[in-house]
Ligand binder design. Structure first.
Ligand code: IVH
Length: 674
């Protein structure tokens, strides 16, 4: 079948527009269209390409996506090579390092010790204070140009407060939490998971589509300047302070140590403490603090002699796989988990490890009764590192993948382009139970006291078949369940009752409609105002909303077309569940007059009259945006008691600082948006 000429022409037009807009936005820093317009056209192209795969060309903007490294990235020759570090693995190595440097300097010296962030080394070049180029380390001499991608990372300043010509270096990383969330989504979407936050960061950064980078929640810690003399500072300690002042994110766990024994104490402290950090570190970097002394000590061809990286021992454990369990998720994706002999790993006892998907089992040739090494990806998720093949018995056989759903026994399907097996039966009890868990979760209807075990019991005893049945539960029914006494039954009923008053976006998110996350649910609800309007909306009308692309629009239309959905919504109406949007609509926001309108606000320190969440909600209702870190883009910092580094940074950057009282006055004096 040949594709209609009109469609071919439209695809070509979209290529032209999107390439032009992307280049204006990312390369020239001069966008000519709103982001939403770009997103809408991008989404249209994606949809046309999915409908007519024959129109997908290699150079399409949509194809320059994905976790893989792109060899097409422009190369950059570093003006000053990006060196690596020599390694130390124990205290003796450190003592030798200390002796070596002291011998050259001739007397004792101080060390700056810093966390060795496990990410990707980056170089940022500023000319006249403006960010001109960002690159990867590459082989140290030649790296890749990732300027457009780095510009999407929120904590990297595009403009410095001073017209400096300098190159700063640091680590780009993904937090443990963002890594876990990203992998969960990828797993449920049938995509390959990233092995660790470092890979996830690298995959998100070293590719041609900056839109993907922008969505990946990357952060940076800047730790050095290529030519320290540019900053006019004498020590690493002062240089880091100066980098803070210039608006960079530096890591504040650093410590100035008077001798190598203090360095060792720091290492011992972080050997345990590192599991509590929100990002992964793979060691500690020890640097001679004084720049003059650094020069005196010098470099080898590969690394400075004045610094060394202490590497934590790999946290691995050996155990044996006894069985593989398959679990059905809310979307029908069936995921395997290895059940193993319990073993201590990075501070906890581990007996289960996700195997993610069938491809992974095949690639690693994981079999029952295999002796394996396990580690924790992102310091959190236990995973099988490798099989100790030499310990296999002669009778060992390749693992047989299941062909039937472990819950409803319907045939599993492997969808092309996915790595996952899926149960396609929408009435599969496992999918329904997962759907119930999702419905009561915090971001959805937020019904306290209904854990997975209780919901499972309710389902098994036929008390609930769908999410609306929750609103039909009686005290007598709850009292029939294990471990439910009168008090907890009443608490549950009260929580269910309270949830009826939720604004409708929580219900829409809770329904678990494919591709409709909490953010999309809110945007749609704010736009249409109530569920009847949303249900009546056509795909085209949905698609007209900023940030709602055709994939979400299509999914919503399909979901609300279903007769079961319509019956479910009718039940909610009969049960008096609120189906209208109670937040601020864009029309109301337009009419708000407030000092917070269109302003970026950071809350820091202890607040007394409001909780952080309350203050955030109030400011957002008044048209402000509340973010977590202070940067050039921050307009107001509200400093409560004991405000620390964020306040200091705001003062250094000359940002307007208010105390809690000033914030409250501003809120109270703003026009009401109830
Ligand atoms: S200083 C001259 N400080 O570790 C080399 N490196 O193996 C200067 N790294 O590629 C490096 N955290 O990407 C330094 N606080 C830190 C670091 C750090 C992570 C990485 C860096 C480098 C690798 C060296």
């Amino acid at each position: 079948m040949t594709v209609d000429r009109e469609i071919q022409k439209r695809v070509q037009t979209l290529h032209g527009l999107l390439n032009q807009w992307a280049s204006e936005y990312y390369e020239k820093d001069q966008p000519t269209v709103q982001d939403s317009e770009y997103d809408r056209h991008y989404a249209e192209l994606l949809e046309l390409e999915s409908l007519y795969p024959e129109l997908v060309t290699e150079d399409s903007i949509t194809q320059r996506v994905g976790g893989e490294t792109s060899s097409e990235l422009k190369k950059v020759t570093h003006t000053i090579p990006m060196l690596s570090l020599g390694n130390a693995f124990n205290q003796a190595d450190l003592i030798r390092f200390d002796e070596r440097v002291k011998k050259i300097v001739g007397h004792s010296l101080t060390y700056m010790v810093e966390l060795k962030i496990d990410g990707l080394a980056i170089n940022l070049r500023y000319v006249n204070g403006k960010l001109m180029q960002g690159s990867t380390r590459g082989d140290g001499t030649v790296g890749e140009d990732i300027t457009t991608n780095l510009k999407t990372i929120k904590d990297i300043p595009h403009q410095l407060p001073e017209p400096l010509n300098l190159e700063v270096r640091g680590e780009c990383y993904m937090s443990k939490q963002s890594f876990v969330t990203l992998n969960e989504t990828r797993e449920q979407d049938g995509e390959n998971v990233f092995a660790n936050p470092r890979n996830a960061a690298a995959g998100s950064l070293r590719q041609l589509n900056a839109d993907v980078t922008a969505k990946r929640n990357l952060s940076t810690f800047i730790y050095t300047v290529a030519q320290p003399e540019v900053l006019g500072m004498a020590t690493q300690e002062k240089a880091l302070h100066r980098l803070d002042d210039l608006g960079f994110h530096t890591n504040h766990e650093r410590k100035l140590c008077a001798n190598i024994s203090e360095v060792w104490d720091y290492i011992c402290y972080f050997t345990d403490k590192r599991h509590d950090l929100p990002y992964e570190i793979d060691g500690i970097v020890i640097k001679v603090n004084d720049f003059k002394q650094q020069n005196e000590i010098g470099f080898t061809v590969k690394a400075p002699r004045w610094a060394i990286a202490y590497k934590f021992p790999a946290e691995e454990a050996e155990t044996t796989i006894r069985s593989i369990e398959w679990t059905v998720g809310r979307t029908g994706v069936v995921t395997p988990t290895a059940v193993m002999d319990p073993v201590l790993l990075a501070g906890t006892t581990v007996s289960r490890a996700s195997l993610h998907n069938t491809d992974l089992i095949q690639e690693k040739d994981i079999r029952l009764e295999d002796v394996v090494m396990i580690h924790k990806a992102g310091d959190i998720i236990p995973e099988v590192t490798r099989v100790l093949v030499e310990k296999r018995t002669a009778t060992s056989e390749p693992y047989q993948m299941p062909s039937l759903c472990p819950t409803c026994q319907s045939a599993l399907e492997k969808i092309e382009s996915e790595v996952a097996l899926r149960c396609m039966n929408p009435m599969c009890p496992a999918q329904i139970k997962e759907g119930l868990n999702h419905f009561v979760s915090r971001q959805a209807m937020n019904i306290d006291g209904l854990g997975p075990k209780l919901l499972e019991q309710m389902y098994e005893r036929d008390l609930i078949r769908n999410v609306a049945d929750l609103y039909r539960l009686t005290e007598e029914e709850l009292l029939m369940l294990d471990k439910v006494k009168e008090k907890s039954a009443n608490n549950i009923l009260r929580a269910i009752e309270v949830s009826k008053e939720n604004s409708v976006e929580k219900l829409i998110f809770g329904l678990g409609i494919n591709h409709v996350g909490a953010k999309a649910a809110k945007i749609i609800s704010a736009h249409f105002g109530n569920i009847d309007q949303i249900m009546a909306a056509t795909k085209e009308e949905l698609n007209e909303i900023e940030t709602i692309g055709p994939i979400i629009a299509d999914s919503l239309e399909k979901y609300f077309e279903k007769i079961e959905t319509q019956q479910l919504i009718q039940s909610f109406k009969e049960l008096n569940v609120n189906l209208t949007y109670l937040g601020v609509t864009s029309a109301t926001l337009e009419s708000v007059e407030s000092p917070f309108k269109d302003k970026t606000v950071v809350l820091t320190g202890k607040l007394y009259d409001y909780t952080r969440t309350e203050a955030k909600e109030k400011i957002e209702r008044l048209g402000g945006k509340v973010t977590g870190s202070v940067s050039q883009k921050t307009d107001i910092v509200v400093a409560g008691e004991e405000a620390g580094s964020k306040l200091a940074k705001a003062e250094k950057l000359g940002i307007l600082v208010w105390n809690e009282k000033q914030m409250i006055t501003a809120i109270e004096n703003s026009s009401k948006v109830e």
